[in-house]
Design a protein around this ligand. Structure first.
Ligand code: C2E
Ligand code: MG
Ligand code: MG
Length: 745
């Protein structure tokens, strides 16, 4: 805006220069062509005088009410002089004189040529305008013929001319300033030239006196005029200087303003650049803040926002139903580990695409991270709609995914939560869909589950269990129970499996099935597991030290998947063995088959290191974990523990019997021994003995028992008779004593 004003001021300045210079040129031509040579000589002779006169100002003190008190108004004779020339020699002479004088006096003050030209042009125009005023008055005044009337008409003409001259001068200058400073002309005039307005009066008086003196040619007039002129000559020329100084100051101000405008323009450009960059960064953070970078799908934050909006709609419209599907890939970790992360990413992107294909345009799919996805199903009719979509997603996943050159299969577990329950917050419906998804996972792979109130109760009690479990560690509420493992050939006690129990202060004895899954999930199983190992080793060492015949008793201890994942697993085992002074060759670490196979490569390495300590290894729950035969061959494992599910049905189901038989044969081929767990009947026992299964444990012999009861088994001298010989687990202390005494005899 300011730049536009500056441009306008320049344009105006140029216009004044052009018109003033043109006028001056015409005037010069006029002087040269129509003036007599004598007049020309007089005018030429007058020029130096004009310039000298132009330098001489007369200072008039201002009345206090007009100014702040320290300012004077300068009057110079030049304007009066120009008017006299106008009367005598006409417009051309006046304009030439005025133009030259203004140029030279301005040059003295300002070096800028355009400013000098402007001054000269402005004065030329003022002189021309003044002449027109003067001429008009003289034209009417010339009708009177006598001398006094002629003189009075000249005086009036000079008055009018001086008013015009001053007005044109300051008018042009005020306009220029107004354009530069974005002010009104009147305001500029008031601020800069208002005080100079009365200057027309001395101009007119001096011009009249000079005219009168030249007319009278008398001594009287010289006597009057002389002192006035002398007084006038005593001053210093500041009238023009003031104007030029103002011009100079204004020019400097204008230049400064231009400089500021340039700086401002740069500043604005810089600000715009910064704000653009800021906007881009903001935008970037908005992609990053609300979208998942791998799939480009909305992320959890955005999904929650959308969900909140949906909850609000449902609050106001009773018939508005929506559902959230919480989707989790089954065994994604396996794919990631076996094919690598790049393929894992490809799978996730392809998986997202498949799910999207099952959705309507109004539904929203989001990725929460890892292999977790969520779907918002908008405006559904009933739960059937949500189930149909869940089924179609699972149907879609039946086809293999082509990842680069590999193909992979992946199923998903889906939890569904319906808005009908009346949710207040997005977190609540997400939590319930998540709970349902976990329930679906528990059912096996590729399942979906609808959230219901029972699940909520279950989720709450699970949360409570988690809290209690944390306290249980601090309060040392865990116990180790021991279940005897027998040599099926000799019927003698071979060792024990250590099984953890939780002595809950309110709930009593809690079985592992109720708390191990939560402990696994929360990682609390790690400290629990190490505690069990240490406690059982110490106890077993204690028993072994009681008699040399007990030295070969073995101890089986379960390792959780979380423990297996610990990088310092081998070191921890070694430390505990050292600390408890337990013979590593008597320790059998049991690792569930599915855990082993989930990360077979790492397991193989870890097994080797454990074996190098002397520790023996068992694959627990064998037959349930899809073992790969090639791995089994490579694993440095000593025992296969047949899962109870096969043993318990081996009598009535030929299929199960065959499985058990095959496992025993396989183990023999691989140089391993077999432990059958869950032997409950004599039929099972006899079949297992026929198959030459080496070891067995089960309720037929004993349930897991306290250490006191376990000691009773150790103390027993004669071999176990293969008949019903289970010990009651609820024997009181007296019975234990009796038993101990009896066996020790
Ligand atoms: P597991 O390692 O397979 O242990 C054998 C389970 O089968 C024990 O259940 C035992 O009581 C049960 N069992 C043994 N014989 C019979 C039988 O004849 N009939 C029936 N119905 N059951 C029998 P428990 O003690 O409830 O332990 C369950 C599972 O919890 C264990 O299965 C093991 O995986 C886990 N677990 C127990 N203690 C620990 C521990 O200290 N650390 C870890 N990581 N897991 C443990
Ligand atoms: Mg076990
Ligand atoms: Mg087992």
């Amino acid at each position: 805006m300011k730049a536009v004003k500056v441009k306008k001021a320049r344009l105006f300045q140029k216009a004044v220069i052009a018109s003033g210079t043109l006028l001056w040129l015409f005037a010069t031509i006029g002087v040269l062509t129509s003036y007599t040579s004598r007049d020309q000589e007089i005018l030429l002779a007058l020029l130096p005088l004009t310039i000298v006169v132009g330098f001489l100002p007369i200072r008039f003190p201002l009345p206090a009410s007009w100014s702040s008190g320290n300012e004077n108004i300068n009057f110079t004779l030049i304007d009066a002089f120009v008017l006299i020339v106008a009367v005598w020699y006409g417009i051309s002479g006046a304009v030439v004189i005025a133009g030259i004088e203004a140029f030279t006096s301005s040059r003295r003050l300002v070096r800028r040529f355009s400013s000098n030209l402007f001054s000269s042009a402005m004065m030329s125009l003022a002189a021309g305008a003044a002449y027109l005023g003067l001429n008009a008055v003289l034209h009417y005044g010339s009708q009177g013929s006598n001398r006094s009337s002629k003189f009075s008409s000249v005086a009036i003409g000079l008055l009018i001319a001086s008013v015009i001259q001053v007005s044109v001068n300051w008018g042009l200058l005020s306009t220029l300033l107004a354009l530069r400073n974005k002010n009104s002309i009147l305001r500029e005039w008031k601020e800069n030239f208002f005080c100079s307005a009365p200057m027309f009066l001395p101009t007119c008086v001096v011009a009249s006196l000079m005219y009168f003196a030249l007319q009278q040619d008398s001594l009287v007039m010289l006597a009057i005029g002389g002192p006035i002129l002398a007084a006038i000559y005593l001053g210093h020329n500041k009238y023009r200087a003031t104007a030029d100084k103002i011009t100079k100051a204004e020019r400097e101000r204008a230049e400064q303003a231009e400089q500021h405008v340039r700086e401002l323009d740069n500043y604005i450009a810089e600000q715009e650049r910064i704000s653009r960059a800021l906007e881009e960064t903001k935008e970037h953070f908005r992609h990053a803040a609300f979208h998942d970078s791998l799939t480009g799908l909305p992320n959890r934050a955005m999904f929650s926002e959308l969900l909140m909006a949906e909850i609000e709609v449902a609050k106001h419209r009773a018939d508005h139903l929506f559902a959230v599907l919480f989707i989790d890939l089954d065994r994604f970790k396996n794919i990631n580990d076996s094919l690598g992360h790049a393929h894992g990413d490809l799978l996730l992107a392809a998986f997202a695409q498949r799910i999207e294909g099952c959705l309507r345009p109004i539904d929203t799919l989001a990725r929460f991270g890892g292999d977790e996805f969520a779907v918002l199903l908008n405006g559904i009719k009933d739960s059937g709609d949500a189930i149909r979509i869940a089924e179609s997603i699972q149907q879609e996943l039946k086809l293999p995914f082509m990842l680069d050159k590999n193909s992979a299969f992946s199923t998903a577990s889906i939890g569904i939560a319906l808005s009908a329950t009346g949710y207040e917050h997005s977190d609540d419906i997400l939590r319930d869909a998540d709970t349902a998804m976990y329930r679906a996972k528990e059912k096996g792979r590729a399942q979906y589950e609808m959230f219901d109130k029972a699940m909520h109760v279950h989720a709450v009690s699970r949360l409570r269990l988690e809290n209690d479990l944390r306290h249980a560690i601090e309060n040392q509420e865990f116990l180790v129970y021991y279940q005897p493992i027998l040599s099926l050939e000799s019927g003698r006690l071979s060792g024990f499996e250590a099984l953890v129990r939780w002595q809950h202060p309110e709930r009593g004895l809690v079985s592992p099935a109720d708390f191990i899954p939560v402990a696994e999930e929360t990682g609390l199983i790690v400290p629990i597991g190490w505690w069990v190992l240490e406690e059982a080793c110490r106890q077993m060492r204690d028993w072994q030290s009681q008699s040399s015949s007990y030295r070969s008793l073995t101890l089986s201890v379960n390792l959780s998947s979380r423990q297996v994942a610990q990088p310092d697993l081998v070191e921890r085992v070694e430390q505990i063995l050292e600390k408890t002074e337990f013979d590593p060759y008597c320790l059998k670490l049991e690792i569930t088959e599915s855990v082993v196979m989930e990360n077979a490569e790492a397991a193989a390495k870890m097994f080797k290191r454990l074996r190098s300590l002397g520790v023996q290894l068992s694959i627990d729950d064998f037959g349930t974990g899809y073992s790969s035969l090639s791995y089994l061959h490579r694993f440095a494992v000593n025992y296969l523990k047949i899962d109870r599910s096969f043993v318990s049905k081996m009598v009535e189901s030929n299929e199960n019997y065959e499985i058990v038989r095959t496992i025993v044969m396989l183990a023999k081929k691989l140089g391993m021994e077999v432990i059958a767990e869950g032997i409950e009947t004599e039929e099972q026992l006899s079949k297992l003995r026929n198959l030459k299964c080496e070891y067995g444990q089960g309720f037929l012999f004993s349930k897991p028992v306290t250490k006191e009861l376990a000691q009773a088994f150790i103390l027993r001298k004669e071999p176990w008779v293969m008949s019903l010989m289970t010990l009651e687990t609820n024997l009181d202390q007296e019975d234990i004593k009796l038993l101990s005494n009896a066996y020790s005899m």
